[in-house]
Design a protein around this ligand. Structure first.
Ligand code: ADE
Ligand code: ZN
Length: 337
């Protein structure tokens, strides 16, 4: 029998919760700062990595938005995305649904088309070379106004063929899904699918609101659903996918220790739980490290790993035929081990 590390990396999986700006490794921060003549506040790559100690979501977001300032032109976004795809390929990712935050860049003068163009060119050329399929999800920053989100949606409309869904990220507490109900309604009318971060730091009521008002197909994180038993029943009954990110939750102190994570309980309860990496450059591991962390800390079986991988395919926006083909490959691989 092969090692668990090999098994986790071999199993075909989809990554459904990945902020492309969160794959910006310290080495690339320094390379791009040099390229653009930017002086950084940190003397070295090591010093920057050392600064990645967070007390909550906001303390992370402050560092994350500061880091993103080095992304200035189309080729930066291409390099960032291509580097991520190589890391993902090594971890057995066969399909990725990438979040990007245009407002982080357009607010400082980077054109929308440069952001989208660079990401898209890498997803197409490097993705094809590595055999990774993709979808793109445009996220609105919830700490900004609904008007700002609406303007961003309007900027995206000419590129609608390249963008499958819209999402909602950034500071959760105090910015409920209701704030964006009309933006999401417009997005749905324009043909976009919808997802939203909810129940990461915010209360379970935000998860219900995201489902009822934003009509989301998936909940990003969703760990706080457990505080509302009726909501847990609803999520199980409707197989609403939760895109969980275990290493992120520990780094941002949603759970004190990985052993405290509720992923296994919710999986056993019949929810469509998936494992993802969120912002891997900041949280100490890409997707395989997230699978291995919960395998080790929560005492999962190889069957559970196969279930998590199958859930990721089921929860993706791939067409049914592609889903069936990957599910069959996962079954064949798990039967052999
Ligand atoms: N943006 C990047 N990572 C995020 C997270 N974990 N929660 C909310 N917004 C984010
Ligand atoms: Zn996230």
């Amino acid at each position: 029998m092969n090692s668990i590390e090999d098994y986790v990396r071999a199993i075909p999986k989809a990554e459904l919760h990945l902020h492309i700006e969160g794959t910006l490794e310290p080495e690339m921060v320094f390379d791009l700062a040099r390229k653009h003549g930017i002086t950084l506040r940190y003397p070295s790559v090591e010093a920057l990595r050392e600064a990645y100690r967070f007390s909550d979501l906001q303390s992370f977001l402050d560092v994350y938005y500061a880091g993103a300032q080095v992304l200035r032109d189309e080729s930066d976004f291409h390099a960032l995305t291509a580097a991520y795809l190589h890391r993902a390929h090594a971890d057995g990712v066969v399909h990725v649904e990438v979040f990007f935050d245009p407002q982080t860049h357009t607010a400082r003068g980077v054109p929308f088309h440069a952001v989208l163009g660079g990401i898209r060119r890498a997803l197409t050329d490097t993705g094809r070379a590595l055999g990774i399929t993709h979808r793109l999800i445009l996220c609105f920053l919830r700490h900004l106004s609904a008007d700002d989100a609406m303007q961003t949606l309007e900027q995206a409309l000419p590129h609608a063929d390249a963008i499958t869904a819209v999402g909602l990220d950034s500071s959760e507490a105090g910015h409920p899904p209701t704030k964006f109900a009309s933006v999401f309604e417009r997005a749905r009318n324009e043909g976009f699918l919808t997802v939203a971060h909810a129940g990461e730091e915010g209360p379970p009521g935000y998860i219900s609101e995201a489902l009822d008002l934003l009509q989301v197909k998936r909940i990003d994180h969703g760990v706080r659903c457990e505080e509302d038993p009726d909501l847990v029943s609803r999520l199980a009954r409707d197989r609403v996918p939760l895109t969980m990110c275990p290493l992120s939750n520990v780094k941002l102190r949603v759970f004190d220790r990985i052993q405290d994570h509720n992923l296994k309980r919710l999986l056993e309860r019949g929810l469509c739980v998936t494992v993802n990496s969120d912002d891997p450059a900041y949280f100490g591991g890409y997707i395989a490290e997230n699978y291995l962390a919960v395998y080790r800390a929560l005492g999962l079986s190889r069957g559970d790993i196969a279930q998590l991988a199958s859930n990721s395919i089921e929860a993706s926006f791939l067409p049914a035929a592609a889903k069936d083909a990957w599910l069959e490959k996962i079954r064949a691989l798990s039967d052999r081990t």
